[in-house]
Write a protein that binds this ligand. Sequence first.
Ligand SMILES: [Zn+2]
Length: 351
Amino acid sequence: MTASPTTIAIPGLVRIKSGALEKLGVYCGRCGFGTVAVVVSSDVPSGIRESAEKALMAAGVRVAQWFNCAEADFEQARDIFVSLPGEVPAIIGLGGGRALDVAKYAAFLGRLPYIAVPTSLSNDGFCSPGASLSVAGCKRSLPAAMPFGVIIDTDVCLAAPEQLWLSGVGDLAAKLTAVRDWKLAFHTTGEPVNDFATLLSDATVFQFISRPVRDQEGVRLLGTSLMLNGIAMEICGSSRPASGSEHLISHALDRISARPRLHGLQVGVATYIVSRLQGGQTDTIRSLFEACGFLEAIRNDPFSRAEWIEAARLAPTIKKGFYTVLSSRDCVDEIRSMLEGDAVLAGCFTA
Ligand SMILES: [Zn+2]
């Protein structure tokens, strides 16, 4: 830990409430953005795009250009940056994770303020200091800047498919095991831990656990928790408070699985498994998942056991020098027996 003061960037504009999308133009205008460029997910429901368009127009905010985005590609972010009209002072990302990562990175390249408007809460990427993009076909986590603003319309996110909500819950639960892995790394390798980042990360999960219900208030809590977790990453300058061995298993699955699933669904199941390897918090994670119907959703479309065992083997090699419980011993056999015999996971894996 260095003694020098750290400069951190946090979003100054935050609205997490019902009807926030209708006021998007008002928020932009108040910040002095009379013109914007909007990067929008190509699969965002047309009503959402129309609402955003109407809201901007009503407040006199001109959209210099709309960019449709289907894939989270570095190349697309670069092309958007290159073709940005010169007078644009800010970029809005509207839609799911891919469009938001592309918008965030295009804004980062142009050193422009970026406003994230997620239409679902499937992971913590909407307010993190990095962008998850494919570079020449390989998935990479690229350093970027924190958003200037975060606008979450709870009506819009509540109307998104339940799977996306559950994915967000899984990605949030991961913070418990991630923080534990970080502390394990400190005790084993001496890797410095930022105490405030761990406290904030932990607090975000428990804030949501106190009321894990899929309704307006639940969406507000999940959105706030995921956003604050992004700030924990910004505080310590690494993804450690948000991502540990459970993310390594999910990254491994993304590489080898015939059909990778939503990030947070993979991460959530891996979180339960890793908590057992770490020897703590398993009951908290199980209760959270039971309350949300998380494992029920997995049972409706089970994972491949063979792929998960392969992922468990590959996971410790994914990130060089990143110490987790998976580095502490060979965990493959322990994971195999959990997949076969753990009652909580029953039905979550194909034979
Ligand atoms: Zn994640």
